[in-house]
Design a protein around this ligand. Structure first.
Ligand SMILES: C[S@@+](CC[C@H](N)C(=O)[O-])C[C@H]1O[C@@H](n2cnc3c(N)ncnc32)[C@H](O)[C@@H]1O
Length: 283
């Protein structure tokens, strides 16, 4: 779904597919998108077979639509976990998804990707993280872990303790915080861009995307500023193509995120960039 007042309402209560009939509070949602979006998400992630793990019919997971990352409760970095307790092999290359939402995207990759990697999701809404980690435990996956954290202030501390290389960071459809005075609430702030760029291993990649051009352009401007260290992937991989404006034409991950599914269902364009680290800052 596109970022409109309607989608704001729709997101306030994340409804699970067992109860698709919108209550009166969601009456402003378009009947079509309210009915089809959860189906589309279920279809995309069908092979995870999470349905039996959803709450039973009539019980909804009530999740706040937004939290304010600038509130005092989110000002301190979250402590990193004991890596050997959360991953079977904590030396594997790591992918971090910043603002991972429901986590289905990362769980799908952890189950289906042919890369030998660990996957870490950072998410500021605690209930989402609790549900996702419940799914991970039920599925018995030992290469994916979700943390309740404000990524903006916690990323550096978390990644600097990880014993393996950081091979991929994704920031996919972050909250737009449209008003100019709220831009400082956006997850991607200069210290985070700096930390991602510094901590990526050589050859490591960053994927950014949004269905809001202004948000995608804001992220792009920040990473384009590191052109001495990061190259856009179409320069290093001739199979990856961009449009005339430099946006990647295709999703390189083989799976869409939930926001991406909703946005495409509404006919929105996804603006993507993917960078690769080509040298260390010191060179
Ligand atoms: C629009 S959702 C997109 C979720 C997912 N990436 C997708 O594409 O479907 C953005 C997510 O980022 C989370 N988020 C926002 N600010 C954050 C922060 N500072 N640290 C971690 N997560 C954050 C929100 O709670 C929300 O789940």
């Amino acid at each position: 779904m596109a970022w409109t007042a309607t989608s704001t309402l729709c997101c306030r209560l994340i409804r699970l597919p067992s109860a698709r009939c919108p209550p009166p509070s969601l009456a402003r949602c378009s009947a079509t998108s309210a009915a089809r979006s959860p189906d589309a998400v279920d279809i995309e992630y069908a092979d995870l077979n999470l349905r039996p793990l959803y709450p039973i019919r009539g019980q909804h997971l009530r999740i706040r639509q937004h939290v304010n990352p600038l509130s005092s409760s989110f000002s301190e970095p979250t402590e990193p976990p004991e890596w050997k307790e959360v991953f079977e092999d904590p030396l594997l290359p790591l992918m971090i998804d910043i603002g991972c939402g429901s986590g289905r995207f990362l769980i799908w990759l952890a189950k289906n990707s042919d890369q030998r990697r660990n996957y870490l999701g950072l998410e500021i809404r605690q209930k989402l993280v609790e549900r996702t980690q419940f799914w991970v435990n039920e599925l018995g996956l030992r290469n994916v872990y979700f943390m309740y954290a404000n990524a903006t202030v916690s990323f550096e501390q978390i990644i600097s303790s990880y014993p393996g290389p950081l091979s991929l960071v994704s920031i996919l459809c972050p909250d737009p915080h449209f008003k100019k005075r709220h831009h400082k609430r956006r997850v991607l702030q200069p210290p985070l861009v700096d930390s991602i760029t510094k901590n990526l291993c050589l050859g490591g990649q960053v994927l950014i995307q949004s269905d809001i051009l202004e948000v995608a352009a804001d992220m792009r401007k920040r990473f384009d500023g590191y052109s001495d260290i990061l190259a856009h992937v179409d320069r290093v991989d001739k199979d990856l193509h961009c449009d005339n404006e430099g946006w990647l034409l295709d999703n390189p991950m083989g799976i869409r995120t939930e926001r991406e599914i909703h946005a495409e269902l509404e006919g929105a364009t996804i603006y993507r960039r993917m960078y690769q680290k080509i040298r260390d800052a010191s060179h």
